[in-house]
Design a protein around this ligand. Structure first.
Ligand code: ADP
Length: 552
């Protein structure tokens, strides 16, 4: 039976006698939701992807049947299509609730909840093809007469599930961390808009008997899908980001394109222009996202490799420090013993010492001292690196240390034909709070270097008071320091470049160790030189009293 004299639609849904808005509300929304449904499904074949695919499918089917109902005049076709509405409508809400649970909890829902959902759906399935659902047909209006279940249960169910969704979301939102909260917000705003508009427009359409209203509910689907796409783009991995951008652009083009195709009146120039522009912008957007994704992936790759290399390096560094520490300890004992024997021999403990023998013993002592100094530096370095270096601050006199050093270095200066002068202030300095052993090492390193890097002339060590600090200046007449070497002078293993330096034996550790030690005394150490060949001055100063560190 036919209920109208308008012509039957072609291909089941295409008719020229329906409002233009009808196609515009149905086709793009269906296309967008199916597209994103497929997209998410292929990205994520786990439960969440499948549920979303289900939602998109149900929605598309609903939308297609709605078009049939709108365009057809055959009462049987209309009745069959209409009889599915309630079921699809309920399914849409139930699947949405299911989706929200899986999204929020990251796992499938309990079978208890599934049973409740099944029970809620049961009356719908049972009564869908009865007079409770479709009571009859109104030939005048060309509409079915909806049964009691239609006018009551479906909307009750929709509202009930909607409130349920909101309640679960609020509950999970409270427990979520900051990042997840943002995701939840996006999801609920998108889904809430969709379900709410779908519910309200469906309810009003049914109760006011004005089915044109229903079409506005469909736009909510596009919004929901757009939110979902954004969710994926914003929070998921880079690769998905690219696909997300593609899906967004495709939806946009479909929306604008269908508006263009379905437009029956008015100027077409502007929409065509908008359509072309959206394709162009879409193209550039996708290209830039593609590039960004590529760059980020490359960066991630390199970062990963660097991390591995860094771990390896740290391991090697530890092994090296340990090796240095063990080797130095083993070297220090015999060198110390040797020093003892040399001084005993010189003191005549093993018989009379000829002047030739005495000279040889002095040379032995110089060499032994240098080796001991090197071992000390190595040991200090490994202690510094492992954080095990300890300072024993006590009040002592810096003059005593310098006098001791003057005795120690007198032979090596004499050996090289250099002078070694020590200048002290007229008034003796007050005692300084310091680790005497460490300050001795620093001064010894500086004097040793000054002698090492000088061929003629000599070295002057001057002690003075400056601004409530003790200052030691070691000046020499040696090879000097070119300005380009200055910045690296106090770095680990820094030895300079030119041959004159490298022919002198050394490790490049003395100054590094000295700087660390002086800084531990809240002091300062630096070098000055007028340039290569013009001698150098190494200066350090330490405060008379160490600042007290408040104890809590
Ligand atoms: P090294 O064991 O090589 O002497 P240092 O850390 O004591 O190590 O010194 C680092 C570098 O600083 C030296 O290799 C040298 O090039 C430069 N240097 C140190 N002291 C002097 C100095 N008195 N005159 C010229 N150059 C110096």
């Amino acid at each position: 039976m036919y209920c109208s004299d308008i012509p039957a639609p072609s291909f089941l849904i295409f008719s020229s006698s329906v409002p233009y808005l009808l196609y515009y509300s149905h086709i793009p929304a269906t296309a967008v939701s199916l597209l994103l449904g497929f997209f998410v499904y292929f990205q994520n074949r786990y439960l969440i992807g499948r549920i979303l695919f289900g939602i998109a499918g149900v929605f598309a089917l609903w939308s297609f049947l709605d078009l049939i109902v709108w365009t057809n005049i055959n009462t049987e076709i209309i009745t069959i299509a209409w009889s599915f509405f309630g079921l699809l409508y309920s399914l849409l809400y139930i699947l949405s609730l299911y989706f929200v649970y899986v999204f929020l909890d990251g796992k499938d829902i309990s079978s208890g909840k599934k049973s409740i959902m099944g029970l809620l759906l049961l009356p719908v399935v049972i009564f869908s093809w009865s007079t409770y659902n479709i009571a009859g047909f109104d030939l005048d209006k060309c509409e079915v007469i909806e049964g009691p279940i239609f006018t009551n249960y479906y909307y009750f169910l929709g509202l009930f599930l909607f409130v349920w969704i909101i309640a679960v979301t609020i509950n999970r939102y409270k427990k979520a961390d900051k990042e997840f909260r943002k995701q939840i917000l996006f999801l609920i705003i998108g889904m809430g808009l969709f379900l709410f508009s779908f519910f309200v427009s469906g309810y009003l359409a049914s109760h006011l008997d004005n089915f044109e209203l229903e079409q506005y509910g469909l736009f909510g689907m596009t919004v929901f899908m757009a939110f979902l796409a954004y969710l994926i783009v914003r929070f998921k991995t880079f690769h998905v980001k690219l696909l997300g951008a593609q899906a967004l652009v495709a939806s946009l083009i479909i929306l604008i394109g269908s508006e263009l195709l379905l437009r029956t009146s008015g100027d077409r120039i502007l929409p065509i222009f908008t359509f072309l522009l959206s394709i162009l912008f879409g193209f550039f957007l996708i290209r830039s996202v593609k590039n960004e994704v590529k760059r980020k992936e490359e960066l991630q790759d390199v970062t990963g490799k660097l991390e591995v290399a860094n771990i390896e390096l740290k391991k090697m560094d530890n092994i090296k420090s340990e090796f240095i520490s063990i080797a130095s300890h083993q070297l220090r004992t015999p060198l110390g013993t040797l020093k003892g024997y040399i001084s005993m021999a010189k003191g005549g403990d093993f018989g009379e010492v000829s002047s030739q023998m005495s000279e040889a013993l002095d040379k032995m002592k110089v060499l032994d001292d240098r080796l001991l100094q090197l071992v000390e530096n190595l040991l200090d370095l490994s202690k510094m690196e492992s954080g095990k270096i300890e300072y024993d601050f006590k009040k002592s006199k810096i003059e005593d240390i310098l006098k001791e050093l003057s005795n120690a270095f007198v032979f090596s200066a004499k050996d090289k034909g250099l002078y070694l002068h020590f200048l002290y202030p007229k008034k003796s300095l007050p005692e300084i709070e310091m680790d005497g052993g460490k300050i001795r090492e620093v001064a010894s390193n500086l004097i040793d270097n000054a002698l090492k890097y000088s061929k003629e002339g000599g070295v002057t060590v001057k002690l003075e008071v400056n601004n409530n600090k003790a200052r030691v200046i070691v000046s020499d007449s040696g090879i000097g320091i070119p300005s380009q070497e200055m910045p690296n002078l106090f770095s680990k293993f820094s030895r300079g470049n030119d041959k004159s330096r490298l022919t002198v034996s050394g490790t490049g550790l003395g100054l590094y160790v000295a700087k660390n030690m002086i800084e531990a005394h809240h002091g300062k150490i630096w070098a000055e030189s007028d340039g290569a060949g013009k001698g150098s001055r190494f200066i350090f100063e330490i405060p008379f009293t160490q600042p007290t560190i408040p104890t809590t």
